[in-house]
Design a protein around this ligand. Structure first.
Ligand code: NZQ
Ligand code: ZN
Length: 381
């Protein structure tokens, strides 16, 4: 196990009814801006619960943060935050609303000319507006981490950033808010969390037994509950376990002291940026190809993963089982499963050209170059 520091300042309020405790988490006298998406929160009563809980505060609203949140939309919110002297943000939604709110928080105090440099060039975030979250979609883990992924319409880019200033102050995790989630979003959430774990686990062994066993337990909980979560929205034990698994999958815990991959995510972001597929759909496409192309380099961990999670003895069987799992949830694992992609060959060419031009090297050993990206994607047509 390598040297590490572990720090996670996010306070979690978990369980049914926790939204009513919102007011006590926000500093008294704050002027609050509540941020949300396209309106799902108005249909399931979350909006009404939040508005009620915010009664002691002066607050305004910013709605319309879209899936894969767009820089252009978020900069409109930044203007309002500055103009209205907002001093606390409250994100109510899934990963997109939470990520978008992290960017609003950071961009408000950005003193250069183009705040998107926070994402593209790692421009320093020296200060951010404090914020909390009410999570409505278990998937990304954004509610307990400091990262965000922001898209820019004008350039068809999708880039991530992370800063010590963009941890939520608190996150409210009430599993009953998942009742209204469509099956597609449920399945997406399970796949996303599964791949978050493998990005931090399916690399090479460093004798980090706790991280390995935690990772395997999160994967097992997702496998055990995934199907039922997609098919039986009423089961709150299942929803609770999935929600907590998703949060634990990307809050820094299993990443401590171990190598990390993230190539599936980085390739996936290009697919979303260029072809508009959901984040988890891109992961389900890329993952089996990446594991197969990198099978030799990942062999030891793939065998451990196969044995402990799927009860199989070889690497290929472990990959096949995982792909089967994604498909059983209803998430397509090939470009051909998504007619909206159109010509997959042309999309692959564009993605490969982007990586070649940027000279990007991906993976835990920085050994996935644009040629390997092509190999991976060609397997997924
Ligand atoms: O916009 P509304 O109307 O709220 O509808 C949303 C949206 O259409 C809907 N939804 C959310 N909660 C609901 C609900 N519908 C009914 N009932 C509810 N309770 O679901 C749709 C998708 O929401 P979105 O927030 O886009 O999904 P998700 O949570 O999967 O977030 C995806 C985004 O997070 C990024 C992704 O790249 C993508 O942009 N990620 C963020 C990460 C992080 N910050 O750590 C890590 C991830 O790897 C990921 O990259
Ligand atoms: Zn993800």
């Amino acid at each position: 196990m390598r040297h590490f520091r572990f720090h996670n300042p996010v306070k979690i309020l978990f369980g049914a009814g926790q939204i009513s405790n919102l007011a006590s988490q926000i500093p008294q006298g704050s002027k609050v801006m509540m941020t949300y998406g396209g309106g799902s929160i108005k249909k399931n009563g979350v909006y009404q619960q939040v508005v009620k809980a915010l009664a002691p505060f002066e607050f305004i609203e910013f709605s319309g943060i879209e899936a894969n949140p767009k820089y252009e939309t978020l900069m409109r919110a930044v203007e309002i935050v500055r103009k209205e002297n907002v001093d606390f943000l409250l994100a109510v939604g899934g990963g997109s609303v939470i990520d978008g709110t992290k960017f609003i928080a950071a961009a408000t105090y950005f003193d250069g000319t183009d705040p998107y440099e926070i994402c593209t060039q790692g421009a320093k975030v020296s200060k951010a507006v404090p914020f909390g979250t009410v999570l409505t979609l278990p998937a990304t883990g954004s509610e307990m981490n400091n990262g965000a992924v922001i898209s820019r319409l004008s350039t068809q880019e999708k880039y991530a950033f992370a800063s010590s200033k963009t941890f939520p102050r608190f996150s409210i995790l009430d599993p009953t808010v998942t009742l209204t989630l469509p099956a597609k979003q449920r399945a997406n959430g399970v796949v996303d969390a599964f791949v978050h774990v493998t990005e931090q686990y399916l690399t090479y062994p460093v004798q980090a037994d706790i991280q390995d066993r935690f990772s395997e337990s999160i994967l097992q909980v997702l496998v055990d509950n995934g199907m039922e979560y997609v098919n039986d929205p009423e089961n709150m034990d299942v929803a609770s376990n999935v929600m907590w698994a998703c949060t634990m999958a990307l809050n820094g815990l299993i990443a401590a002291g171990v190598p990390e991959d993230w190539a599936t995510h980085q390739i996936g972001h290009e697919i979303t940026a260029l072809a508009g597929l959901d984040h988890a759909q891109t992961l389900a496409i890329v993952w089996p190809g990446l594991q197969r192309v990198m099978e030799e380099e990942k062999r030891e961990k793939l065998l451990q993963f196969g044995k402990r999670v799927w009860n199989v003895d070889d690497a290929e069987a472990a990959i096949a089982k995982t792909e089967e799992f994604f498909r059983s949830l209803g998430v397509g694992t090939r470009f051909s499963d998504y007619p909206s992609v159109g010509d997959a060959g042309a999309l692959i060419d564009t993605i490969v050209a982007r990586f070649e031009e940027r000279g990007t090297l991906l993976g835990e050993r920085s050994d996935i170059d644009y040629r390997k990206v092509r190999e991976i994607l060609e397997l997924r047509k």
